[in-house]
Design a protein around this ligand. Sequence first.
Ligand code: SF4
Ligand code: SF4
Ligand code: SF4
Length: 504
Amino acid sequence: MDTAAKDPISSETAPSVKPRVKQEADFIFHELTRSICPECKTVIDAQIIIRENKVYMRKRCPTHGWFEGIISSDAEMYVNSIKFNKPGTIPLEFSTEVKDGCPLDCGLCPEHKQHICLALIEVNTGCNLSCPICFANAGIGYSLTMEQVEGMLDRFVEIEGDPEVVQFSGGEPTIHPQLLDMIQAAQDRGIRQVMVNTNGVRMARDDKFLADLAKLDPVIYFQFDGLRPETYLTIRGEDLLELKLLALDRMNQAGLNVVLVAAIERGVNVDEVGAIVEFGIRHPAVKGVVLQPVTHVGRHIAFDPMERVTIPDVIHGIVDQTDGRFVLEDFVPVPCCFPTCQVNSYVFVDGEKVVPLPRLLDIDEYLDYITNRALPKAPNAAVVQKALEGLWSASAVAGTEKTAGQFQCACGPGMDLPYSMAHLKDHVFQIAIKDFMDAYTFNVKQVMKCCVAILVPDGRAIPFCAYNSVGYREEIREQLAREQARAQIIKIEAKIEGSIAPSE
Ligand code: SF4
Ligand code: SF4
Ligand code: SF4
């Protein structure tokens, strides 16, 4: 759809005859921020406006004209989330200088407002699938060396001191021949939690790989878009449902903890979000679900920026599709990043009993940083607040002892759950909804406080949405592919010289 052609609000497209009566605008001007042009990526001003209880970003590129896209289908939720904005934590070191302004100085540059809760290492660009929807645009590119990955892990430790979570991603990381060594290298450096982001194909087919992986016990961030074959046909290009279920059962037998990760697209699987949550709650290997509206970067199917899925669509979907199990208030914005980026919920699951944590205590009392500066007077209020901040963080990983402990702590004195930590580890279930930004929705205000970064071999850590939307991904992929090709040529030349040398 050509949204660049006209501005739905400005007088530029209004009839040339001026109205005699002043007219009320049909929108509320909420704020001014910075974004990028979806065509040329130039950094431009952007307005956030509210119309009919929905929030939109509109902006004008001097070369490509006006653009408008929806950023939230529920203005009330969007505006209310702002109170959950927590002061950031400054990282120990920055890797770039402030020069051209955000988002061109990544990173992290000294203007960044938050440390890294979750770091990703994309170990390769190759994949054993070729999905029509793939933000990483998997295909020919590069495969990192062990030396490069070790350097990136060392840099992560320097930047963070006490790093929380690293996630190996790709492409498809399980086809990298040294993935297991990389996981071990991260664990050897004391990084508290290692995750593997995977489509699960190798888990379904390779016994030895699965057994070796299980010994290292990373949490598996498992691509799982729904329970209908048609969903996979559209999003992944083939019916993968049986393979996904097989992989999941095999991971369960191997003792791995799994988080289901679903890409949600309009007209494809918005009506499956409730079923995905219910399925996850019942499957013994699954400790959480992450529901992600499709990010329209890399490879994606045709989309209308005015109709894209946003966080409230997913929340309403869960509430409407789970037979009264959830209410809107069970979903609370995450304060460590900008609170419009992610919402979380936690539930205690015991058989048919499913109790969302926000029903056990008033989370607003602890995580409203704008209107509620004083903590509630309850005994141990500071401890409860710290536990909740741990749970409502991008670094919270489902199925870990840390998360179970924080859940127990949040329930606080007087509400102590009469269960062992081992029991809680298996019965606390996480639901996260993350709305990564694309060129239509990219908001500098959010990315400046991003706590999810992609580590790069040259020592940079680039906020995830900047990496995908601004052009860093393409630039770094090209550079790494070129370096790899050069290294291979040098190796071949050395081999030829070596083979020639003895006969000379
Ligand atoms: S996103 Fe952060 S690191 Fe990147 S330029 Fe902006 S402030 Fe700097
Ligand atoms: S979305 Fe994942 S599984 Fe699909 S092609 Fe891209 S990297 Fe591979
Ligand atoms: S990755 Fe994007 S959506 Fe997530 S916290 Fe960072 S800026 Fe926000």
